[in-house]
Design a protein around this ligand. Sequence first.
Ligand code: PLP
Length: 399
Amino acid sequence: GPDPRAYPARAVVDLAAVRDNVRALADLAPSSQVMAVVKADAYGHGLVASALGALAGGATWLGTAQPGEALALRAAGVGPDRARVLTWLYPPGAPLRDLVEADVDVSLAARWAVDEVVAAARAAGRTARVHLAVDTGLGRNGIMPADLPDVLDAVARAEAEGAVRVVGMWSHLAFADEPGHPTVVAQADVFDEAVREAARAGVVPELRHLANSAATLTAPRTHYDLVRPGLAAYGMTPVPQLGPPSRFGLRPAMTLEARLATVKRVPGGHGVSYSHHYTTPQDTTLGVVPLGYGDGIPRHASGGGPAGAPGGPVLVGARPGEPGGRVVRVAGRVCMDQLVLDLGPDATERAGDVVTLFGAGDGVARGGVPTAEDWAQAAGTISYEITTRLGARVPREHV
Ligand code: PLP
């Protein structure tokens, strides 16, 4: 691994948490298989290690957006005996033959994709395993119901020829993070009708799948044969309005910590960081955290400014992994490589002390360790973006 002295911060990823979270999700959807969604480097947690953690928790499928992510799993030794892999987002010209030969399942979201996968299967001399993506109302990737007859006709012929096998039929929800939103059931109804239409065309998928994390947690109607959680597998919740992760038996897998680079006394009235959006209210101690937007820390989580916004929360004064300490907020602007904390007049911290930006817990509002969700709130975004954007410069340490 990287020389820890050469990098002042690290993201510790608790793979037992990923395993336990997937177990908890499997328990919530007892009649469904679990596809752990590991796209975007497993939401920043590390693709292969996280995938293995999820498989240890009972996931039988891994989901990726880009073909390269699926091929990387296979190249890392996650073979078809260990996990089915589905990839769902690619323009024309993707290496479909490589995917077929690597035993990766391929989503089909347009007529051209059927033609390309049939050509790839013929070239490989294999049967391609495909999942038909239906746009049941998200308005994103997927076949519009009006276009289904044409695609089903082509797929039925390809299946008869042995070029493809329709393993799945699937869709994705627009409002799952608003539990009870009427479009959730409406999309499920459209999905059911699409499945019936496929059957009439002689296309019968083995697996129907619709649910992301939010639907897995809150909408059993959408569980079908397989659920596709991403965020929740990493211990975060897409429905923070319903309570903290622990309410669903989840715990955040990632802890982001850094060692203070500088601790110094400054007088009251001292401007802090670019444009002095924060000014010390009294003689105090500043601590410099060597993480910034170059590491994916959102600049929107700066503190102060004309509106006096509370910056992102950082736990200081606690020994790593032990209770205690106090939460201080980012003072002034988050820079590319660093951010500043006002540690207060009585601070005893020293350069080299470990601080925690976020970790496992239920968040500062409940008196706990700050979470990615807390950072999302400080930055006006969602927790997905906090872990996923964590930069490649931050070493991941899997424990
Ligand atoms: N399924 C599809 C098609 C997705 O694009 C995603 C991620 O956005 C997921 C499932 C997992 O979503 P979540 O992280 O909300 O569980």
